[in-house]
Design a binder for this molecule. Sequence first.
Ligand code: 5GP
Ligand code: ZN
Length: 114
Amino acid sequence: MSECLFCRIVAKEVPADIVLEAGRALAFRDINPQAPTHVLVVPKAHHESAAALAAADDGLADDLLKACHAVAVQEGVAETGYRIVFNTGEGAGQTVFHVHAHVLGGRDLTWPPG
Ligand code: 5GP
Ligand code: ZN
């Protein structure tokens, strides 16, 4: 059994509120939402971070971005605006080391982020 929380969610060993399954990507609601829409989009394959995903060079990053937009459309935030965040590394607030995009929307999002 994997020790990676998001691998375990992908394997359906840990329950999650799944909103979209799109080929090599899976999207599920964040357990601690920071906006009315707060969905995490992960590749089903384990890559530690956005940096590792970028290095994978097999089109997976492309799939992930498309899945993020599909989630935004499905959640009804594509028109009003949404934010895609990859916290990359501990210093940037990454706490789960299976790459995930946060898709946030449904409220005014300020800039700069905290
Ligand atoms: P990070 O801090 O790594 O960018 O984001 C990790 C995110 O995973 C956090 O927003 C946190 O709320 C979320 N999270 C942590 N544990 C779980 C869980 O068991 N289920 C779900 N759905 N989200 C989780
Ligand atoms: Zn993993």
